[in-house]
Design a protein around this ligand. Structure first.
Ligand code: AP5
Ligand code: MG
Ligand code: ZN
Length: 222
């Protein structure tokens, strides 16, 4: 396992673009942690913490959780030792102010250039991926009823846990999330492009095919 000089990666892309799927594969390949702010928030919700209770109201509507809640948990997570060699950040930053904060967080303890990988997938495909996504309640593994079905319906292949549908994967909430992406997150493409830090990859095709494109575009050793 080789860690290239700059392994600070952020994954950009609309809901359902495959950020979680590709981040998991990249993290295994690079040996750096996969940090998903969505997963962190869902874990706070399932533990019933004060942060989880506040975040749930925004997430259920498909809105962004306010920065005063987000920045603290991201700062804390990135300060952990396992991020010293880099990280694969999935779901953060999601707005230009968050990207500026991330620069600030990374500039302190571990300076080094950050790269942004954007996955491009057409909207009709995003909706198809999200409405049929199922997630394991126990280990977080992800399935798709058509593209990556579990061997036994409703049961995780990896750990035997129950598979569930995320509350925000209903069609009307998906539409709200796509709109938030367009307004708040898509400007990040220009933000990173202007710094020559943007790598754009087509996110359509089978998961393994997308991953081959991702590693080739990032120059990650095979
Ligand atoms: P988050 O959990 O980050 O959700 P999201 O950005 O909407 O993205 P998704 O997780 O839905 O999609 P993905 O791109 O990871 O795709 P996946 O790999 O799962 O955020 C949820 C909420 O939390 C936000 O709405 C917000 O409220 C809050 N939040 C989080 N971060 C925040 C922040 N920084 N600031 C403020 N609020 C924040 O793939 C989708 C499906 O497609 C799966 O079923 C998968 O199996 C399938 N699939 C993947 N790749 C392929 C392929 N190549 N071919 C076929 N199927 C595929
Ligand atoms: Mg995800
Ligand atoms: Zn599982």
């Amino acid at each position: 396992m080789t860690t290239p000089a700059s392994s600070k990666l952020v994954l950009l892309g609309p809901p359902g673009a495959g950020k979680g799927t590709q981040a998991e594969l990249l993290s295994a390949r690079l040996g750096t942690p996969h940090i998903s702010t969505g997963d962190m928030l869902r874990s706070e919700i399932s533990q019933g913490t004060a942060l989880g209770v506040r975040a749930k109201g925004f997430m259920d509507k498909g809105e962004l959780v306010p920065d005063d809640l987000m920045l603290g948990i991201v700062r804390q997570r990135l300060a952990r030792m396992d991020c010293n060699e880099g990280f694969v950040l999935d779901g953060f930053p999601r707005s230009v102010p968050q990207a500026v904060s991330l620069d600030d967080i990374c500039g302190g303890a571990s300076p080094g250039k950050l790269r942004a990988l954007s996955l491009d997938v057409p909207t009709d495909e995003l909706v198809r991926r999200l409405t049929e996504r199922r997630t394991c309640r126990k280990c977080g593994a992800m399935y798709h009823l058509t593209f990556e079905p579990p061997k036994r319906p409703g049961i995780c292949d990896k750990c035997g846990g129950d598979l569930y549908q995320r509350d925000d994967d209903r069609e009307e909430i998906i539409a709200a999330r796509l709109e938030v992406y367009r307004k708040e997150t898509a400007p990040l493409l220009t933000f990173y492009r202007e710094r020559s830090a943007l790598v754009e990859v087509q996110g359509t095709g089978a998961t393994e095919q997308v991953f081959r494109r991702v590693v080739a575009s990032l120059g990650v050793p095979a």
